[in-house]
Design a binder for this molecule. Sequence first.
Ligand code: HEM
Length: 175
Amino acid sequence: MRYQTLRVCHRRNPNLRWIKSATVRRSIHSASRNHGPRSMQTTETTTEPPREKTPYELMGGAAKVREIVDRFYDIMDTDPAAAPIRAMHARDLGPMRERLTAFLSGWLGGPPLYFQLPDRTCVVSAHRPFPIGEAERDQWMMCIRRAMEESGVDKDLRELLDKAFLRMCEAFRNR
Ligand code: HEM
């Protein structure tokens, strides 16, 4: 399988400081699947330098972020393995769907919607009231991994984001 290298721009956006590696590899197979043979031909013959793309752009923008978040909370709400962290959340997950979508939008390099919310908070502090250890981290990671996979996020991008989500979870641990 051949690979196309896509450069992920993190210098122009401080929200992307979590990306240590500046590249995400995407297979030409997947490019051709998504855009048809014509774009595969363009990819193979282009002499332009690699385009800079944010993870937000790579995954498909606002609609895809919302799809992942909806899937994430649907899984948390229904999978018994996530019941302990589900119980930490309010009965109505509607507001959290909005807030996590807004947060991830900026965190992934898209519009910084969370920071425009009048009642935004420090996300680390928001987690302090909840006992978060290894088990809770693993439940959260199980939900986001499934959500990304079931939403069709590219495998290489998932691997990059997996490491970044894991670092965030570790930062929120208090036991
Ligand atoms: C380590 C596992 C995690 C657990 C157990 C956890 C749990 C929670 C809980 C219980 C809330 C409050 C929910 C409510 O008020 O109904 C919350 C809020 C939130 N979480 Fe997490 N979380 C985790 C990891 C993460 C990660 C990795 C992110 C981001 C990548 C994140 C982003 C947020 C955001 C944006 C809010 C809303 C903060 C606010 O505006 O009040 N969480 N989380």
